[in-house]
Write a protein that binds this ligand. Sequence first.
Ligand SMILES: *[C@@H]1O[C@H](CO)[C@@H](O)[C@H](O)[C@H]1NC(C)=O
Ligand SMILES: *[C@@H]1O[C@H](CO)[C@@H](O)[C@H](O)[C@H]1NC(C)=O
Ligand SMILES: *[C@@H]1O[C@H](CO)[C@@H](O)[C@H](O)[C@H]1NC(C)=O
Ligand SMILES: *[C@@H]1O[C@H](CO)[C@@H](O)[C@H](O)[C@H]1NC(C)=O
Ligand SMILES: *[C@@H]1O[C@H](CO)[C@@H](O)[C@H](O)[C@H]1NC(C)=O
Ligand SMILES: *[C@@H]1O[C@H](CO)[C@@H](O)[C@H](O)[C@H]1NC(C)=O
Ligand SMILES: *[C@@H]1O[C@H](CO)[C@@H](O)[C@H](O)[C@H]1NC(C)=O
Length: 444
Amino acid sequence: MIYFYLILININFAFSLKWGCTSTCLSLKYICFKGNNDTFNQNLLKKCYDDTKTTLRSLRLDFFKFNNSEIYDFNFLKANSYGFSIHDSYFDDILVNISGVKLSNITFLRTTLKKLTRSDLLPSTTKFLNLQYNQIEYIDSKFFTKFTKLHSVSLQINKIKKINALTFNSDSFKKINFSHNLLEQLDEIRFLEKPNEPELAILLNDNYLNKMPLIKGKIESIYRFVLGYQQKSKILSSQYNMLLNDEQDKKLAIEHFYVDFDMFSTNITNEFKCFVNSNRIRIETYSFFSIDVQSPLFKNIIIHTKGVQNESSIKNYIDLCKQDSILTLKLTKNYFAAMSKISLSDTFWHNTCNKYLDPKEFKNFPITTKNTATNIIKDFNNQNFTPEIRIYLKRKDSLMNDFIDFSIDNQGEVVLIFTSFFLVILLAFCLANQAVIKNKVIKK
Ligand SMILES: *[C@@H]1O[C@H](CO)[C@@H](O)[C@H](O)[C@H]1NC(C)=O
Ligand SMILES: *[C@@H]1O[C@H](CO)[C@@H](O)[C@H](O)[C@H]1NC(C)=O
Ligand SMILES: *[C@@H]1O[C@H](CO)[C@@H](O)[C@H](O)[C@H]1NC(C)=O
Ligand SMILES: *[C@@H]1O[C@H](CO)[C@@H](O)[C@H](O)[C@H]1NC(C)=O
Ligand SMILES: *[C@@H]1O[C@H](CO)[C@@H](O)[C@H](O)[C@H]1NC(C)=O
Ligand SMILES: *[C@@H]1O[C@H](CO)[C@@H](O)[C@H](O)[C@H]1NC(C)=O
Ligand SMILES: *[C@@H]1O[C@H](CO)[C@@H](O)[C@H](O)[C@H]1NC(C)=O
C-alpha cells in the first residue's frame, strides 16, 4: 500500500518536475531525485520532499548542476535522517548546508567536487564520509577536526597531490583510504584523540609518495598500514624516507604492513632494513603483494631464510599464500630482524640507520653485526611465536600441487576414491573374465 502511494508520488514528481524518483533507489526510508543534468531547483525539491508522507531517512540527488556561487540550505531534512548523498553531479565546493541535521552518512560520488574546506556546512555527527571518485585536489588541514564521531573517510580515486597535514579528532576513527590519488606529499597525519587502534587502517596504495607521512598525536598503534605501490618513487631507497615516527620516547606499532613486491628491485634495500630494525616503529608482519616466485628478489629472500634457519623452521618466518588471486608473501618481524642483523655492517648501522633509532635507547639497542648466525638462531629458539600467525608454505599453483594439497586436506576421500576405482577395475576384470569363460563354454 505504502509502495503504491510512493509510486503515485513518483509519477506526480515526474510530471511536475521533469525529474522524479527512480524505482531502483526508492524504498520506504530512502528517496532519490534524479535530474537530467538540469540546474538544481531547491524550492521544487523542498516542496516534493515535504509532500512525501513517509519516514524518509536518507536523501539522494543524482545528475544535477549546482550553481557554484550559492549555498543550498538543506536543514529542512527530517530530524531523524541519517543519510545525504549527491551522485554524478556538478559543483566545485561543498554547497549544501546540512550542518543542523544529525546525519551519519554523507556521500559525494562521481561529482566534480574539487576541494574540502567547508566542514562548517556539514554536521559534527558525521560518521562515514564517502568521497570516492571525485576531482578533489585540496583538503584543508583542519577539515576533519570537527567530526568527533568520525569512523571512516573514503578518498580513493581523486586528484589529491599534496597535503601538509591532516588532523583527526575522533575516538572511533578507523579508516582513511587515499588509494589511487596523485599524492606526492603527505607530511603528517595527526590524531587529537586516540583512534580505534585495533581496527585502524591507513591505505595509501597507488600514489607517488617519496616519503612516509609522520604519524603524530595520541596514537600508539595501527592495525593495517598499506604503502602498496608508489609510482616513480624512491621511498624505499632514499635516506630517512621511511620514518613514520620521529617523536622522542614514543613507539608506533603496526600489526600488518603491506608493500608491493615491485617496489623493490632485486633485493631488500638498506633503507628498508633500517626501517625494520627501527626502535621507534615496531611492525609485527610484513606482507608483500604480487609476488613473483621466479624473481631474483624472491630467491634472495628465501635463500636468506635458509641461511638463517633449517628447512623445517622456515615456516616460522615465511608464509606464502594467495589472497584474491594475488600471491602474497608474509614475513614476520623475526625474519627481518635476522636478515638485517646479519647483513648490516656496524658502520652502516651507525651512520645510516641512526634516525630510525630513539637516541635515548640507542646504547641499549641490541643490534651489532657481531651476532653470529648461531647466536641469532639461539635468540629465535627462545622466542614464542604468536599462534595466530598461521603458517603454511604453498608451492606455486599447478595441477599436481593442487592435487597434493587436496589429498592432504581430504585424505579420507582420496583413499575412498582410489579404493572405489580399484574395486570398479576389479569388478570389470571379473565380468570380462566371466564373459570369456562363457564364450569358451558356448564355443564348446
Ligand atoms: C548527464 O551528463 C553526462 C555527461 O554529459 C551523461 O553521461 C549522463 O548520461 C547525463 N545524465 C542524464 C540523466 O541526463
Ligand atoms: C548563480 O547564482 C548567482 C548568485 O545567486 C546568480 O547571480 C547567477 O545568475 C546564477 N547562475 C546561474 C547559471 O544560474
Ligand atoms: C548553515 O545552517 C546553519 C543552521 O541552520 C546556520 O546556523 C548557518 O549559518 C548556515 N551556514 C551558512 C554558511 O549558511
Ligand atoms: C553508512 O555507511 C557505512 C559505510 O559505508 C555503511 O556500512 C552503513 O551501512 C551506512 N549506514 C546506513 C544507515 O546506511
Ligand atoms: C581503498 O580503495 C581502493 C580503491 O578503490 C579499494 O580497492 C580498496 O578496497 C579500499 N580499501 C578499503 C579497506 O576500503
Ligand atoms: C641480497 O641481500 C642479501 C643480504 O641482505 C645478501 O646476502 C645477498 O648477497 C644480496 N643479493 C644480491 C644479488 O645482491
Ligand atoms: C631444525 O630446527 C628445529 C627447531 O628449530 C629442530 O627441532 C630440528 O632438529 C632442526 N633440524 C635439523 C635438520 O637441523
